[in-house]
Design a binder for this molecule. Sequence first.
Ligand code: FO1
Length: 313
Amino acid sequence: MKVVLLAGGTGGAMLAEGLYQVLPPESLTVITNTADDLELWGLAISPDTDSVLYRLAGVFNEEAGWGVAGETFAMLGMLKRYGEEPWFGLGDRDLATHLLRTSLLRSGLGSAEATAELVRRLGIQARVMPMSEQPVRTKVTTPKGRLDLQEYFVREGHRLAVSAVEIEGTDQARPSPGVVEALAEADRIIIGPSNPAISIEPILAVAGASIDPARTLAVTPIVAGAALKGPTVEILLGLGREATPTGVARGYRAFASVFALDRRDAAEEEAIRALGYRVLVLDTVMGGPEGRRRLAAELLTGDPPADGPSPQR
Ligand code: FO1
């Protein structure tokens, strides 16, 4: 079974890990959001891609929620010695990824090939593909002005009110080489439990035309009124959008035909079915490694009935 996961942020990377554990590794492709990418001191940094790489390589820093386990920050300390005021926590081990990626790009590789080289060298058997090789950037409008995604998310600690989210570059950006083919060949496409506005919609803007709703399942990023991590609810409310599983399902209607709803929100099953979805009611809260494998397995085996309530798990 060929599976393609659309992933951005924490939840997407966690589900990537669960799928990698339960599938034959070469049958998984992860398409990552690149609209969070940034350049610092000349280095190309891809947070959503790197969190997938590190999780699949088994080196993810669970405590920090990003970067490499056992991280140190000596390099940042020296930059501060030089009077820099770094607000983005670049760890010493994480830095190796940015140095190698940047040198691969400078040698003429596209970002998809550079990512594939990092995947190979990390010994990862799945495919990890950035959604596009052209620059796509999420801009967030706040009381402090229009910020890059990481300025909003990290420098300002995603505390500012958001009144608009724009994804720049999508008209010029094409899917990376291999993305259209991966989506066409997929038996199942999964929209990961990621922030729709800043993590998934950039991928849909670039590759959405290649997504067949009949083969696509979306996982709720909101459980019992909150996201498990990050400002999903705040951003959706700031945009005047409904910050509920039903609201998220409404936004994905053109791209998915199955919606994985958390059992804590089972009351919304009928409303989501009324949108035309088949609904899987599951425990979508992954917790640790076992939970990631469990949810991945349930998403792959769960085949919701065309009508009538899903078996409560
Ligand atoms: N998130 C933070 O909250 N603080 C940081 O200092 C930080 C540094 C960082 C460095 C590399 C990287 O790949 C990710 C990093 N992140 C940090 C997380 C990042 O902002 C998020 O993973 C996503 O971009 C938001 O979905």
